[in-house]
Design a protein. Structure first.
Ligand code: ZN
Length: 423
């Protein structure tokens, strides 16, 4: 274990340089820029050291085009004898920069032990840590058993269909035994899974008429107002009262939640170059997008039935009320068992590197584990990686160098545990 830890410490400068190189490739999603560049960069590095690399384009997936192709990289190293396959999966895409930065978002400046940049924490720091962990492990145990895979995948930030979902559909996880996703959950936390998601669009329908004679029409916005009032009166209190046994962080997400992601009704907003007044009409359509996050203890059919029942209560009180409910997206909750091999091994490694017990958490939102679970049919999967989750998608996002070093040691120890016969 000391030799392995030393091998990571010896690579500290390499870890910094690798993280900086990755941040400096602005893999913005949407629309999906520089995916090939980052995959080719990683391919060059990994194949120099004898890893077999596959560049895979997720042709035909949402967003894929010749201008913005969805490229993924899978690097593989087989050991000296049979054994388990350990797969590290990181997404290589980053979200938009946004406002409020005091550093260059793609400059990867190193200041006081922190590397700044979009994607530093979510999750190029985790990707770099897993690569350094694997390289240090291979140098220390060149005759290891089994195999190691490192994937850098597209589009996690937009659902993962051009990334992990595509790979899973094409059998990439069929031979894999353990998956670690180095998302920024913090170096002493093991993330077991995530809550469920249901997105839906609710449209209330009325009849257009002149705004000066609204009694001749039927206002869809007023119908929506009644829907929202009913949500305030009955749905949000009901959801707040539902609590899960899942160790979700932050604490507020231990209840069921529902967000209104958008509302649109009546005349469309005009372009900035239109300087005239709007026309007076009674709105005949109003739409909201609801974002319902649900718990292990809840059933998706019941979650949907709560909303349908609410709409029917409104309908009973408003004779002309009509609505449509459209499903947009759904993912059931996923939680790996605490006794799963990858969980136990990672918990032991955290104890050995950091000197205290691992914390077990569940993510309020989903990430690529959903595809590994549902499409890849592999339950033995966790998220574990350096970084502070709250910094993800924020201005002045950063990753701590020491956190990356520590979590690389944990990952390397996991490999040692799973792929060598010690003693
Ligand atoms: Zn992420």
């Amino acid at each position: 274990m000391t030799r392995l830890k030393d091998a990571i410490d010896d690579r500290r400068e390499q870890l910094i340089a690798l993280t900086q190189d990755l941040i400096r490739i602005p893999t913005l999603n949407p629309p999906g820029r520089h995916y090939l560049d980052i995959c080719e960069y990683l391919q060059a590095r990994m194949s120099r050291q004898g890893w077999k690399c596959d560049l895979i384009r997720a042709t035909g997936t949402p967003g894929d085009s010749d201008r913005y192709p969805r490229w993924n990289l899978v690097a593989r190293r087989a050991g000296a004898r049979r054994g388990d396959c350990v797969h590290f999966n990181s997404h290589h895409d980053v979200v938009e920069v946004g406002h409020g930065w005091s550093r260059d978002p793609f400059g990867a400046e190193l200041v006081d032990g922190r590397i700044y940049g979009r994607g530093s924490c979510d999750m190029k720091g985790g990707l770099a840590a897993s690569i350094i962990a694997a390289e240090a492990f291979v140098a220390t145990w060149p005759d290891h058993a089994g195999s190691i895979e490192i994937s850098a995948t597209a589009d996690e930030e937009s659902g993962g269909y051009g990334g992990v979902a595509y790979l899973a559909e094409h059998g990439a996880f069929a031979h894999v035994d353990h998956v670690i996703i180095p998302e920024p959950l913090h170096k002493d936390r093991i993330c077991l899974g995530h809550r469920g998601v249901w997105w839906a669009e609710i449209e209330t329908q009325g009849r257009i008429a002149h705004g000066s004679m609204p009694f001749l029409g039927d206002c869809a916005v007023r119908h929506m107002g009644a829907v929202l009032a009913e949500m305030e009166a009955s749905l949000w209190p009901l959801l707040a009262g539902k609590r899960t046994e899942m160790p979700v962080i932050p604490e507020g997400a231990r209840s069921s939640t529902l967000n209104i992601n958008a509302i649109h009704g009546g005349a469309a907003e005009h372009d900035a170059d239109y300087t005239g007044l709007p026309a007076p009409c009674v709105p005949d359509r109003c739409r909201i997008v609801i974002d319902r996050r649900f718990l292990m203890e809840e059933d998706l059919a019941e979650v949907k039935a709560e909303v349908t029942a609410l709409l029917d209560r409104v309908k009973a009180q408003r004779p002309s009320f009509r609505y449509e409910l459209r499903d947009l997206f759904e993912v059931v909750p996923s939680m790996t068992d605490r006794d799963a091999p990858v969980v136990r091994t990672t918990a032991q490694a955290i104890q050995r590197v950091l000197g205290h017990e691992a914390a077990y958490v569940v993510s309020p939102g989903t990430y690529d584990q959903k595809h590994i679970d549902r499409i890849g049919k592999l339950k033995n999967c966790i998220a574990y990686g350096p970084g502070i989750l709250d910094l993800a998608h924020q201005p002045d996002e950063w990753i701590g160098v020491q956190d990356m070093v520590d979590s690389a040691k944990v990952m390397a120890l996991v490999l040692e545990d799973l792929l060598t016969l010690k003693g």
